[in-house]
Design a protein. Structure first.
Length: 139
């Protein structure tokens, strides 16, 4: 084999190995679970709730990331005199139930919820956040 062909064969081999490595390491498209949820919040707790969730308060952000929750956002809205929170996040892991169970056992998350949960007013028949049905998504 001449030197020119040997050089091209080496380049093609490296490209093939890279393609295999990309496939093995999970760069294939992983479906994203998009979650929207709603819960009421006590009117006299809105300011405290905002303070707890301010960008300057790290809270449990690192735990959300650890358990594959991305773009977690919470919005507040007053409707007919009552306050509501709308939450949204994208789950990018492979074991939603398992990750949520592990997050639920994290001591710092347990303490965080002890502070936040009493501020909330679940919708009738619910115990906490109510997951909403997604009606539309524009990728």
């Amino acid at each position: 084999m001449n030197q020119h062909m040997n050089k091209h064969l080496k380049i093609y081999s490296q490209a093939a190995l890279l393609a295999v490595a990309v496939g093995v390491t999970g760069c294939a498209h992983q479906p994203v679970k998009r979650v929207g949820m709603i819960v009421g919040v006590q009117e006299d707790k809105v300011a405290e709730y905002k303070q707890l969730h301010a960008d300057s308060n790290p809270g449990v952000r690192d735990l959300l990331t650890k358990y594959h929750m991305r773009n977690f956002s919470i919005y507040l809205q007053q409707i007919e005199g009552k306050w509501y929170e709308f939450g949204y996040y994208e789950y990018t892991g492979k074991d939603f139930e398992g990750d949520m169970a592990r997050l639920g056992k994290e001591p710092r998350n347990i303490e965080w919820l002890k502070v936040c949960d009493p501020m909330q007013l679940p919708l009738p028949g619910a115990k906490g956040w109510t997951e909403m049905e997604r009606a539309y998504f524009n990728p």
